[in-house]
Write a protein that binds this ligand. Structure first.
Ligand SMILES: Cc1ncc(COP(=O)(O)O)c(C=O)c1O
Length: 371
């Protein structure tokens, strides 16, 4: 490459060139159980009412930059304690990015247990920071001693704890989380993306620790298409993070639609209630399939292990039978042989279970004929 080359190889940071872009598979007509979405749509009269609301939205105007009305509704809905400040993001992904941008420096570390939500690592890289992953214990609980040792040695600017964790579904113990908050020299962000599916939350404890922030999203409760997340915590931190937010990051359609949806939260709560109920049945059914080892989950998905070496083939077989889930086996390490299925409607769950039984039967037959 000549020194005057105008090529991306010359200018794009090497760590960005080394990344693989986040891949989202095209679901086509497959039953979509790969992305932790709520599978339920709204009743037709509610859709009509929502469309009426959208009629009044002025697309020629910039949105309210502070999204004041929506913020007030979200504070009530998510029970943000009085005195705590809130910043909204274009999905909680954007808030993770704002957090990284606010603290970024090339020698600074973002730390998280592994395996966890992949965007913590990716965004650390985008922001030009270091990332340190600390392996979870064998049962996917938080390895507190290992976390405390890593915090001591690399003094992270931010620790992310997904609570419950993705992709394991595990809810870390509250005492383990507290130990991390107390030991961390910088921020601890408790990411409660799956809050609608668990009774546990640290939201009410905001303010008790000066370095604790809580991250939420409306995605998993049934509004993934709106792209709206919320970060809550002490004003001293949020005032700084808000400075790196792009103006107008929550568009007019999202503001109007989320406000409407939150006025009808009972509908969303009913749907997440069905998902919680069906998660129990799905776990029981998976437990009864020979060779399958599912893990208990406090989220709207279940991680399970296939017989050794069969995850890729089972994933492909499910796809061939019309069901798309998430193959985690390529990530390797603690996720070897692992697949993750989102809890769908009862019909979708039944189709998935039938396809899984079929693929495991096929696998068993294939391995017995190949010796
Ligand atoms: C733990 C966790 N946090 C955040 C997100 C991102 O959510 P959003 O749709 O708000 O960007 C996800 C998405 O899967 C997640 O699993």
């Amino acid at each position: 490459m000549s020194p005057n080359s105008k090529s991306p190889q010359r200018w794009v940071r090497p760590e960005v060139q080394a990344l693989t872009a986040y891949h989202v598979p095209d679901p086509g007509n497959l039953i979509k159980l790969d992305a932790m979405e709520n599978p339920y749509s709204w009743p037709a009269p509610l859709v009509d009412e929502w469309l009426e609301v959208l009629r009044a939205v002025e697309l020629n105007r910039y949105p309210d930059p502070g999204a004041a009305d929506l913020t007030a509704q979200l504070r009530r809905s998510m029970q943000v304690p009085d005195g705590m400040q809130v910043v909204l993001g274009n999905g909680s992904d954007e808030l993770i990015q704002m957090l990284a941008l606010a603290v970024a420096d090339k020698d600074r570390v973002i730390l998280a247990p592994e395996p966890t939500f992949v965007m913590y690592r990716m965004i650390a890289t985008f922001a030009g920071m270091q990332y340190r992953g600390v392996p979870l214990a064998a049962d996917y609980s938080l390895d507190v001693d290992a976390m405390l040792a890593a915090i001591e040695s690399c003094q992270p600017a931010v620790v992310f704890l997904a609570y419950p964790n993705n992709p394991t579904g595990t809810l870390f113990s509250a005492t383990a989380v507290e130990a991390v908050i107390e030991a961390a020299p910088g921020l601890v962000v408790v990411d409660e993306a799956y809050a609608p599916f668990t009774d546990a939350s640290l939201m009410s404890r905001l303010g008790e620790f000066s370095n604790l922030l809580v991250l939420r999203t409306v995605s998993k409760m049934g509004l993934a298409g709106l792209r709206l997340g919320l970060l809550a915590g002490p004003a001293a931190w949020l005032g700084e993070i808000d400075k790196v937010r792009l103006p107008y990051n929550i568009n007019v359609l999202t503001q109007a639609s989320a406000r409407f949806a939150l006025e009808h939260q009972a509908t969303l709560d009913e749907q997440t209630g069905w998902i919680r109920r069906d998660r129990v049945q799905l776990l029981t059914a998976l437990t009864g399939i020979p060779g399958v080892q599912p893990y208990p989950s406090d989220a709207n998905f279940i991680l399970f292990k296939t017989p050794a070496g069969q995850a890729d083939a089972v994933f492909e077989s499910l796809k061939a039978q019309g069901v798309l889930i998430k193959n985690l086996n390529p990530a390797g390490g603690r996720l070897q042989d692992c697949l993750r299925v989102t809890v769908g409607t009862p019909d979708e769950n039944a189709a998935f279970l039938a396809a899984l039984r079929q693929s495991l039967g096929t696998q068993a037959a294939a391995s017995s004929t190949t010796g």
